[in-house]
Design a protein around this ligand. Structure first.
Ligand code: DGL
Length: 267
């Protein structure tokens, strides 16, 4: 166990690194412990019960075995399905979730037409429907579940012909409707930004929650007096992975170049 408690992050795979990167920028002095549940991915095609069960097991591991001081659910799908259960189970813990950036997209959109891409499970969740009711009353929202896209990131195909063809299938209809903002509602999708930008053109802005989540996390830790007081920017990262393989570590290192310490996740 590191001398100073870490901050825990988890996702079904490497997508949550888009959140952890933003957090690393905001909190350079903190130690991070990232769980990639690659052996059980994708969450987006799983049942509610399955996702809750995995989220509980992983959060138990982070809080009880790794003694983290906060858990960041770095996955929209797991947040939609399991955040309430986790908060009820650990009322004292700092638990931060992520959700599609619908609110800023609606505020920034001029055409008042926005697109949201996410996993099918996120799009079908009650939490997502509530988000639209709360923040998107003034906008037309084109919501699209995107099976297969997270696998493109997991296999390192950030810009392959297959990835581009999948993106075309999901994005062209909403582009034709005249959206000017596209919410990346799955933490994997920021790693496809280049290919997405190419398809959507400069008139469509892309929104992802990494920086906002990182600021929120810092605020929560500060409020609870849990920030590491040391100023030196030498926080360490460790990675626990279910279904760990050489291919998995290679992709992780392409997404997060300083990734080194990988361990098999056994929960
Ligand atoms: N990265 C995840 C999200 O933000 C889910 C990917 C998946 O496992 O389907 O929803």
């Amino acid at each position: 166990m590191p001398a100073l408690p870490s901050i825990g992050f988890f996702d079904s795979g490497w997508g949550g690194l888009s959140i952890m990167k933003a957090a690393r920028h905001e909190l350079p002095q903190e130690n991070f412990c990232y769980v990639a549940d690659c052996g059980n991915a994708p969450y987006g095609d799983r049942t509610h019960e399955f996702i809750v069960n995995r989220a509980v097991k992983i959060t138990d591991f982070l809080l009880r075995e790794q003694h983290v001081k906060a858990v960041v659910i770095s996955c929209n799908t797991a947040t939609a399905e399991a955040a309430e259960v986790l908060r009820a189970r650990y009322p004292e813990a700092v638990i931060v979730g992520v959700e599609p950036a619908v609110k800023p997209a609606c505020e920034l959109s001029k055409t008042k037409k926005i697109g949201v891409i996410a996993t099918t499970r996120t799009i079908n969740s009650k939490r997502y429907r509530d988000l639209l009711t709360r923040y998107a009353a003034q906008c037309r929202v084109f919501s699209q579940g995107c099976p297969g896209l997270m696998e493109c990131v997991e296999s390192g195909q950030f810009h392959s012909p297959y990835t581009v063809s999948l993106l075309k299938k999901y994005l062209q209809p909403m582009k034709a409707q005249g959206i000017d903002a596209l919410v990346l509602g799955c933490t994997h999708y920021p790693f496809l930004s280049e290919a997405i930008e190419e398809l959507m053109g400069p008139e469509v802005m892309l929104l992802e929650p990494g920086a906002a989540v990182a600021r929120h996390l810092k605020g929560c830790l500060k409020d609870k007096g849990l920030l590491n007081p040391q100023e030196s920017p030498d926080g360490r990262d460790s990675f626990y992975v279910s279904g760990l393989s050489a291919q998995k570590t290679l992709v992780a290192q392409r997404l997060y170049s300083s990734a080194r310490c990988f361990f098999e996740l056994t929960v």
